[in-house]
Design a protein around this ligand. Structure first.
Ligand SMILES: [Zn+2]
Length: 334
């Protein structure tokens, strides 16, 4: 049985570990164990299994090869987190899976940088951290099971209170609208529009170089909510281009959620601008001043026109990010 949206690693582990309910013969189980061991050594347990191994999985689980080939393809669309950072999940999805199929199914969508809200339960995703944090994604399914047992109630993990909770809820609602818009573009093959979104989002979520640079704006804002610095730091001597891979290490769901919403406000998609005034007011309630105008927001997120990432975006190097000049000119600070 394949669960819609399941990652390949989850499918394999589910059939290895749930042996008491599985009909998979012992010999096949050993083969699957060998395959997942190789995938772990190769560095990514979710994608890019060899054709030969896919064939073996297909025969062992009596599953259609084309389905496996489809979920095996590393996405060319969207922004993926680095393999060891793919530790975000929806507690409600996990609880339901444990109840109905007795195994937490790991979703492919949880591996995306821009995916921060569960589209079924409309709640921000949780991150395995502290003692639940696993350096090897092979153990994330066990960790998530332990997490759910330790926090059986609906309000799992660190709950927000009062004004911050209202702000996080509003951000989550808008981020979910943006995800829906992105999914629609994907179905309609509107690559240019989604490329533009992802290019700007990777600039917004970039890494920074300590101590010459300050943390990008979305991390400063998430720090004002979480009281912890979660900005990815680039190693000394990284090129500006390398900074744009910060999104692969952007571990904070809150920071990414803010980044997704701000990108949508700048590009005027999914009615994000209509909600922005409300979000600005909610930030103001907790004593944080946020630009209410998309142009100022763009400047705050990317730096002034003559320096840093902004300059890099506007010069010829920026062309490979597919950021069109009309956007930059239109948004130019008068
Ligand atoms: Zn969910």
């Amino acid at each position: 049985m394949y669960v819609e949206g399941e990652a390949l690693s989850s499918l394999i582990l589910r059939n290895i570990e749930a042996f008491h309910t599985s009909t998979v013969p012992e010999l096949c189980r050993l083969k699957l164990q060998e395959i997942i061991r190789h995938a772990t050594a190769d560095g990514d347990i979710d994608f890019s299994y060899s054709e030969e191994r896919l064939q073996c999985i297909s025969e062992s689980l009596e599953l259609d090869l084309s389905t496996l080939e489809y979920i095996n393809r590393a996405p060319s669309w969207g922004l993926l987190l680095a393999p060891c950072e793919r530790v975000q999940f929806c507690p409600s999805c996990v609880r339901e899976d444990l109840k109905f199929i007795r195994f937490p199914v790991w979703r492919l969508s949880w591996g995306y940088t821009h995916y921060t809200v569960c589209d079924t339960h409309l709640c921000p995703l949780q991150i395995l951290k502290g003692e639940y944090r696993c350096n090897n994604p092979l153990y994330r399914i066990n960790s998530v099971g332990r997490y759910i047992i330790d926090f059986p109630s609906e309000t799992v993990g660190a709950g927000y209170s009062g004004e911050i909770a209202r702000l996080v809820d509003t951000l989550a609602m808008v981020a979910n609208n943006v995800q829906t818009q992105l999914d629609t573009w994907r179905e309609q093959s509107q690559d240019e529009r989604s490329d533009l979104f992802f290019s700007l989002l990777s600039a917004v979520l970039r890494a920074y170089m300590k101590p010459v640079d300050v943390p990008p704006y979305c991390y400063q804002l998430s720090k004002s909510l979480l009281r912890e610095n979660v900005a990815p730091i680039a190693s000394h001597g990284s090129s500006v281009g390398d900074l744009f891979f910060g999104h692969t290490k952007a571990t904070s769901v809150t920071a990414r959620m803010i980044g997704v919403v701000m990108t949508a406000v700048i590009l005027d998609i999914a009615s994000a601008r209509a909600y922005w005034q409300n979000i600005v007011a909610l930030f103001s309630d907790i004593g944080v001043l946020v630009p209410n105008n998309p142009t100022w927001l763009f400047t705050t997120c990317t730096g002034t026109a003559d320096q840093g990432v902004r300059a890099w975006l506007t010069n010829s190097n920026g062309a490979k990010l597919n950021l069109p000049h009309f956007l930059l000119e239109e948004l130019n600070f008068p």
